[in-house]
Design a protein around this ligand. Structure first.
Ligand code: ATP
Ligand code: ASP
Ligand code: MG
Length: 327
């Protein structure tokens, strides 16, 4: 497989993963081992979250509100999918952030969802090796939690997961050439402020940082969508988890819950308020609770663990930007 580099270097040339029916025997064997790791990862994560008192909810596909994916500077969507059903316009799930905030406020103090996300990424993103146009997040939210609580939980889960895989998925990791190189990280992970990283590395800070680190690290204070908490000084209380050689695998934050502040941020960002009717109603009534959470990109997590060159290798039916296979 031809090697590329991480991030937004569109000159990198990744071999685009083929669909199942075109795989040679050895490629089939590789996919089979990657699937074995995927099964173990999903088994471990769901077990850990349930054991930690999280409710496990099923995902939804169509809703009036979904993640605006803007003004995230990394967002690069070619097209949004709006469809009319029963006389109403709904959107396919870009992430279940709004649903999590609502469910966490009204019903479950701790919940998670394995949620399929549809993001029609620009076709050149096929060459980052890190983007597909359908992927799954393990999206979770905790009422009254702080960012630090969430980061500690994630650290425990990631260290536990790698430790378990190194013990229980030896055959797969040895076959994939990762048993020797995949080390169980040590918690707590280092924390970097994005503004400092930008000063040091410029706009390409994520790629540069990922190439320098040997353990996962946190990056905080990242300008993102309206729902992440910003204090009076404009500092964002949020975090991304960056994997060595790989890049971002998780984004999360403490959330905004106050009506006036959410409205101001939506206006600042040019977000259509009419797409967020329920969220705004709950906030106005004081029924939106304080929470924090995050979403782990499952394909990216598994891609890092198995050493996939392209994320499509972790998908049984690859959804690569610009490439539409039969299935
Ligand atoms: P990036 O900047 O890398 O494109 P993002 O910051 O826009 O990603 P988020 O909105 O933070 O992505 O999504 C949460 C997580 O979902 C990411 O940390 C990543 O693991 C995963 N993810 C996001 N976009 C994709 C994609 N197109 N393909 C696969 N996984 C993705
Ligand atoms: N899952 C992310 C979060 O919890 C939202 C996103 O997908 O961008 O913050
Ligand atoms: Mg992100």
């Amino acid at each position: 497989m031809i090697c590329g580099t991480i991030g937004e270097d569109y000159t990198a040339k990744f071999e685009i993963p083929k669909p199942l029916e075109q795989l040679q025997e050895s490629e089939m064997e590789r996919r089979y081992h990657i699937s074995g790791v995927m099964t173990d990862v999903l088994g471990y994560l769901t077990y850990r979250f349930v054991e930690s008192g999280f409710e496990w909810s099923l995902p939804v596909v169509f809703s009036e509100s979904t993640d605006p994916l803007w003004p995230d500077p990394g967002a690069s969507i070619e097209k949004r999918i709006d469809v009319e059903i029963y006389g109403k316009t709904v959107r396919t799930t870009a992430s279940m952030i709004i649903h999590k905030m609502v469910a966490c406020s009204l019903l479950y103090p701790r919940l998670f969802i394995l949620s399929p996300n549809v993001r029609i990424e620009k076709r050149e993103r096929a060459q980052t090796g890190r983007h597909t146009y359908e992927f799954t997040q393990l999206d979770f939210e905790v009422r009254d939690a702080s960012s630090r609580d969430i980061r500690s939980l994630v650290e425990e889960v990631v260290c536990g997961l790698i430790g378990d895989l190194r013990r229980d998925a030896v055959e797969e990791l040895v076959y994939l050439g990762r048993h020797r190189t995949l080390k169980t990280p040590e918690a707590p992970f280092k924390v970097y402020d994005m503004r400092e990283l930008e000063k040091k590395y410029g706009k390409e800070w994520e790629q540069q940082l990922a190439l320098e680190i040997t353990d996962p690290v946190w990056v905080t204070s990242i300008p993102r969508e309206f729902y992440d908490f910003e204090d009076e000084s404009g500092k964002w209380d949020n975090y991304d988890l960056i994997l060595p050689q790989y890049g971002e695998v998780l984004s999360g934050a403490k959330r905004e819950w106050e009506y006036d502040k959410i409205i101001k941020k939506m206006e600042r960002d040019g977000i259509k308020k009419e797409h967020y009717g329920l969220l705004l109603k709950l906030a106005k009534e004081g029924r939106l609770k304080q929470s924090a959470g995050a979403g782990i990109g499952i394909e990216r997590l598994v891609g890092w663990i198995v050493g996939a060159q392209h994320l499509g290798e972790t998908q049984l039916f690859p959804k690569i930007p610009g490439v539409v296979y039969d299935l």
